[in-house]
Design a protein around this ligand. Sequence first.
Ligand code: ZN
Length: 155
Amino acid sequence: MTVVADKIVVSIDYTLKDDSGSILDQSPEGEPLRYLHGAHNIIPGLENALVGKAQGESVAVVVEPEDGYGPVEEDFVQEVDKSIFEGVEEVNVGMAFEAMGPEGQSQRVMVTKVDGDKITVDGNHPLAGARLHFDVTITELRDATPEELDHGHVH
Ligand code: ZN
């Protein structure tokens, strides 16, 4: 019998809730999330909890921030000058921008405060610091194709 393991393509229906029980995210009806197990396609806390599960099994998983989207990093909150937002007429709280991270990678930042020309941006993931509650049902398991294994994702 196939169970969740490395090199398996896993399809899951899931609901993600926060500590208060509010739904943060959910796979659409009839459209399960498919991912390649062992390829770091999903957060480690969830990936690890699904190992060995069979098709049709349901599991409730609580993921702490360190196994999810990480703790809130104060270093990711920065005050910058409005002049760096070239071509943006008005910068408002809640706007998101792609910024260059410390290692040259693209990083999404959110404007959290505007004080004249001083703009505070936060590069933390919106779910950083959050404990995540997943209700997961495994809907399908199959072997990954050689091409999928080569690419590290599902086709
Ligand atoms: Zn590919």
